[in-house]
Design a protein around this ligand. Structure first.
Ligand code: PAP
Length: 332
């Protein structure tokens, strides 16, 4: 039975939630409003980046409430740069002695269910610390991370990708979401229009370059705390990077594990071919409202942009990126 104390603390919790909703709505009404990318919601510009209200609410809530621990691991990324892959790799590294080939949760759960997003679980921030899996993912830009993440000194792993491939991946994701949505206001956006917006930085968590540069600069300043990865390099030498990753997050492979090829097995288990063929990841089960598990697995290739962008479009985006990154020491 619910105790008197439980119900009164729930009451306070509800009041706090109501107060948060009220002040969030008030703040939202003051922010610059952007395009919707065919969505039924517009993007809003917050601290220099474009977000949909649902994600923005989670980021603001995390800024106010999330308490990071030094042993936490934050997986940060711009959308469509390899988050699903990195979630499954980090999860597998951390839990490698807890499960065997037949009991691994990745066989029956989406990588997004085993490693949650910070901004999608506002007020709960389930890091699964209690299960010994202190990992949380976010697409929030570095400058909008909750203060406690920086102050705690916890490890941050960031992954980026050729923006041309990220754009193509994002575009297809968006088209699928709109197709699945029952909201009649949602209309698929045209590729050229979406490309224009992406070049101007008006896309979810955009501008892309500012997102990448924020984490890049922080990783140069604090290489012991922030690991900066590139999707293409990971694809090329996955085993090497899984070893580096394990070392960096504090779960290095032992000599015995090296001999047994444990890293190689993790790489195989988390490969696009393997994960995308699991029933759970082929499923149309809603991961979150209109987003289905299968939408996180499209092609998993480097250079698929060539099938969608003209050479002129590619040159234009490359030039924007080069200009923005010039002098940073980073090339993409
Ligand atoms: P998110 O930001 O919504 O979480 P994210 O996982 O970062 O998405 O990106 C999805 C991309 O990663 C898709 O790329 P594509 O559209 O170019 O195909 C998806 O196919 C790819 N991807 C998913 N899982 C893997 C994997 N195991 N290995 C390599 N790429 C993967």
């Amino acid at each position: 039975m619910e105790s008197h104390l439980d119900s009164s603390s729930k009451h306070v919790e509800n009041e706090n939630e109501d107060e948060f909703e009220r002040s969030f709505k008030e703040m939202l009404s003051t922010l610059p409003k952007g395009n919707s990318w065919g969505n039924f919601e517009n993007l809003f510009q917050y601290q220099g980046f474009w977000l949909y209200p649902t994600y923005l609410k989670g980021v603001v809530s995390a800024q106010q409430q999330f308490q990071a621990q030094p042993s936490d691991i934050m997986l940060c990324s711009f959308p469509k740069t390899g988050t699903t892959w990195l979630k499954s790799l980090i999860f597998s590294i951390i839990t490698r002695t807890s499960f065997d080939d037949s009991t691994c949760p990745l066989l029956s759960k989406s990588p997004h269910d085993v490693v949650p997003f910070m901004e999608l679980h506002h007020a709960h921030f389930s890091t699964h610390r209690d299960l010994g899996i202190p990992v949380l993912a976010t697409h929030a830009p570095y400058s909008s991370l909750p203060r406690s993440i920086i102050d705690s000194g916890c490890r941050i792993v960031y992954i980026c990708r050729d923006p041309k491939d990220s754009f193509v991946s994002l575009y297809h994701f968006k088209v699928q979401i709109i197709r699945t949505s029952k909201n009649t206001q949602a209309q698929p956006i045209d590729l050229n229009e979406a490309f224009e917006l992406f070049c101007e930085g008006e896309n979810i968590y955009g501008p892309y370059c500012d997102h990448v540069l924020g984490y890049w600069k922080a990783s140069v300043e604090h290489p012991d705390k922030i690991m900066f990865l590139k999707y293409e390099e990971m694809k090329d030498e996955t085993v090497l990077y899984v070893n580096k990753l394990a070392e960096f997050i504090g779960y290095p492979f032992s000599l015995e594990e090296h001999k047994k090829g444990v890293a190689e097995k993790i790489v195989k288990k988390c490969s696009f071919e393997n994960l995308s063929n699991l029933e759970v990841n082929k499923s149309e089960k809603d991961y979150r409202k209109v987003i289905q598990n299968k939408m996180f697995f499209r092609k998993g290739k480097v250079g698929d942009w060539k099938n969608y962008l003209t050479p002129e479009m590619a040159a234009r985006l490359d030039q924007i990126i080069q200009q923005k990154l010039s002098g940073s020491g980073l090339s993409l």
